[in-house]
Design a protein around this ligand. Structure first.
Ligand code: HEM
Ligand SMILES: *[C@@H]1O[C@H](CO)[C@@H](O)[C@H](O)[C@H]1NC(C)=O
Ligand SMILES: *[C@@H]1O[C@H](CO)[C@@H](O)[C@H](O)[C@H]1NC(C)=O
Ligand SMILES: *[C@@H]1O[C@H](CO)[C@@H](O)[C@H](O)[C@H]1NC(C)=O
Ligand SMILES: *[C@@H]1O[C@H](CO)[C@@H](O)[C@H](O)[C@H]1NC(C)=O
Ligand SMILES: *[C@@H]1O[C@H](CO)[C@@H](O)[C@H](O)[C@H]1NC(C)=O
Ligand SMILES: *[C@@H]1O[C@H](CO)[C@@H](O)[C@H](O)[C@H]1NC(C)=O
Length: 257
């Protein structure tokens, strides 16, 4: 009797969770503008339906899959809560993260601007623009800086409603740091291009390309250091664009910069 019940249940949501388990979202599952959180839900590290995610679930998922320090996991969860439409929320759902101009911002690497389309859905033509800047088999932080700026310049040119808050700007650095660090090596700041592309395009951990969970815990200081490197490279490569952003800068929001 029990296996029958389990297999009926598996049609709705996978019973197994982890590196050996993966299923794309079903029709009642929700997903985020974040390729990694979607990936973790597809693997079942986060609830496969993407809904009602607690702090503990977030900390454990980020730790179990990616060896992210749980204090950093908690810090990131607190940002996610701000996107919930509920007052005093204690949980968030992945689609909450798409609520425009809270965390979600224009000039994403793989999603259209809210002005043009669905910010939750991966968009191949947008990501193809990003990929043009991955000019070698090993992607480094300079390429990540170039790709980030290319998307900003493109959005500014074509989106009459282009908006980028200071928090959004900080997030763009963090996201660029994150795909390099988590698909590659946080110490060298490099990652195999095929793994990065697989993550975005399939929302699956690229284990068949040799990816595995890092043995070293990823700390908040790793994130701020990598963001700082990309920011410095951006300043050096695009001095006018960088200065324009700084002139707009007011106070840093919530200490995330
Ligand atoms: C609780 C933890 C996390 C939260 C709340 C979160 C939230 C978000 C949000 C709101 C976005 C959308 C920004 C946009 O408008 O483009 C985003 C994008 C992104 N996130 Fe996450 N994220 C988390 C963890 C991670 C991790 C661990 C990675 C590691 C690779 C990651 C990688 C990315 C990347 C690369 C993007 C940019 C996607 C794009 O520009 O198309 N995130 N994340
Ligand atoms: C996690 O980070 C906090 C501070 O950010 C630090 O005190 C703690 O030692 C770290 N834990 C691990 C296991 O690395
Ligand atoms: C939210 O929390 C605040 C402060 O703790 C409280 O005053 C308020 O009543 C709460 N709102 C709801 C809708 O629970
Ligand atoms: C348009 O810009 C305004 C002001 O920056 C912003 O509040 C709004 O969310 C934007 N809407 C879209 C669809 O981009
Ligand atoms: C992807 O984005 C492009 C440019 O913003 C848009 O023209 C296209 O319709 C989008 N494709 C999908 C499938 O949404
Ligand atoms: C990147 O990963 C692929 C798949 O494992 C591998 O074939 C390729 O040699 C790697 N490239 C580099 C430069 O390490
Ligand atoms: C970034 O540039 C600032 C100012 O030049 C410098 O103090 C800082 O050490 C640099 N950070 C990194 C990580 O290279």
């Amino acid at each position: 009797m029990k296996p029958v019940i389990l297999s009926a249940f598996a049609a709705v949501t996978p019973v197994l969770a982890g590196f050996d388990s993966w299923a794309p979202p079903g029709p009642y599952d929700v997903r985020a503008p974040c390729p990694m959180l979607n990936t973790l839900a597809n693997h079942g590290f986060l609830p496969h339906d993407g809904k009602h995610i607690s702090k503990k679930e977030t900390e454990n998922a980020l730790f179990d899959a990616l060896n992210i320090n749980k204090t950093l996991g908690s810090f990131l969860f607190d940002f996610a809560l701000r996107t919930s439409p509920k007052k005093n929320a204690t949980h968030f759902s992945l689609n909450d993260l798409g609520n425009h101009n809270i965390l979600e911002h224009d000039a994403s690497l793989s999603r259209p601007d809210a002005y043009f389309g669905n910010v939750l859905a991966f968009n191949q033509s947008v990501f193809d623009e990003t990929k043009k800047h991955f000019t070698a088999d090993i992607v480094d932080l300079q390429m990540a800086a170039n790709a980030r700026m290319a998307r900003i310049l493109d959005s500014r040119a074509i989106n009459p409603n282009y908006t980028m808050s200071d928090l959004g700007d900080s997030f763009t650095y963090g996201e660029s740091a994150a795909y390099v660090a988590f698909m590659g090596d946080k110490n060298t700041g490099t990652a195999n291009k095929s793994r990065i592309e697989w993550l975005f395009e399939h929302e699956q951990l690229p284990q068949h390309l040799g990816w595995h969970r890092s043995a070293e815990t990823f700390q908040q200081g790793d994130l701020t250091r990598l963001m700082d490197v990309i920011r410095n490279l951006t300043k050096a490569s695009f001095p006018q664009e960088f200065a324009a952003r700084m002139r707009k800068r007011t106070i840093s929001h919530w200490g995330f910069n």
